[in-house]
Design a protein around this ligand. Sequence first.
Ligand code: ATP
Ligand code: MG
Length: 482
Amino acid sequence: MIKRLLDRIFKPKHAKPEHSQVTPANTQHHHSHRAVLSTKKPRHKNADSVNHGALTIPHKTHKIDRNLLSNAALKTTEGLHKEGYQAFIVGGAVRDLLLNRVPKDFDVATNATPEEVNRIFRRSRLIGKRFRLVHVLFGDETIEVSTFRGSHLEDSSDAKVAESGRIIRDNVFGSIIDDAVRRDFTVNALYYDPSSQEVLDFHDGYADIKAGLLRMIGKPETRYAEDPVRMLRAVRLSAKLGLKIDAATQAPIAKMADLLQDVPPSRLFDEMLKLFLSGHAMESVNALREQHLHHGLLPMLDVVLEQPMGERFVMLALKNTDDRILSGKSANPSFLFATLLWHEMLAAWETYKADGHHAIPALHMAMSEVIATQAEKLAIHNRYTATMKEIWGLQPRFEQRAGKRPFSLLTHPRYRAGYDFLLLRCESGELPMELGEWWTNFANAEGETRTAMLQADTSPKKRKKRNRKKAAGTSAVNNAAE
Ligand code: ATP
Ligand code: MG
């Protein structure tokens, strides 16, 4: 029997009848819940009785190094096992380990209810409404523990489905089989038991990993209708993991992209943040554009990307972020969102100035307008918008190179972000390189060398400022930017 299992795992994909032709029709059939049970049961009788129809992949085959598991994840599964529950490491962590990548975080799935999990671990808390979970804390690590989810065909107090098919609440518990079928991609539905070191595979995820394929479990159309964010996840995970999106998984995206409009803006924001900070933002944004998924997301980004200067700026910023993340540095989401919307902000600023507003009030009006329009689709958290405005607001100040102003700008808490932003503007061709270089040299220079760099002060003298205070409708700040 073991030989048969191994054959099944290692046999080339085309040799397997269910994968021989990847047409939507046979994929749907094979990957529907019923099909999995009916096709697998007879073939793995023994494994089935133990593992509910899953393929069991032993350690000697998958070779996951137990040392790469987080201690917190191990303690969590051990704690649950000790109380007689099933507990597996599941999802992205197993997938990443099989792809020889370092997992970002560890999720655990169990047949214990959230309340039971909460009782077992002293340092744990119940979270979530749409999807109830427990966070178990060990040191500074948090393990997300979810109870096996069941399927739900009708609304109840635990489950709610919108008319479009979108799942709004999802708290019906079920078996591990139910849990696996509800996950999005086959490679995300692998269950690793650290004590037996076996991986349970209900949907041929292991074979798909080996074949480099990202494949939706079940009928892709239905799964995207249940949760349109899965379209974004397909794009993000394929870019990040270098997996090819399976043809049937890819096909419906073009016509279903509009469903993203119904997704709550805060959820879109979380997903986009993951995408932008994945280390593969540039590739992901290009893929989103190819699939016309970017329209609903950053409603202004599509406008920005259509002008060559805007596109150049955004692509430079994304490349910059990717390089930082891939070299282990952190990237500031506020900075990134400020870059994505900068050219839209510039256009709005110009409009306000053309309407007769002074530069700085016009800048503030433009910043608020751009952020408000954006928030209708993608709720950028307030803590980010405040910093975005600071970074944007500093930009006019970099164009003043006389008197005391450059000195005070150097001491501004956001100077560094503002300066990095300025450099991107120079590199994209929006501003002369000379300006960026001047600031680089000015910041590095000392004493008299620094003073000698200052340009002649042509700004209005203080005496004038006093007069202006009396004049209605003008402020000293207005003039400062001109
Ligand atoms: P990442 O490496 O970005 O964390 P991930 O696959 O682990 O990727 P999570 O958001 O952490 O993504 O989700 C954990 C697991 O939960 C997934 O692997 C998948 O099995 C399941 N999952 C997450 N989002 C969905 C979804 N929208 N629909 C179905 N299953 C999902
Ligand atoms: Mg994860």
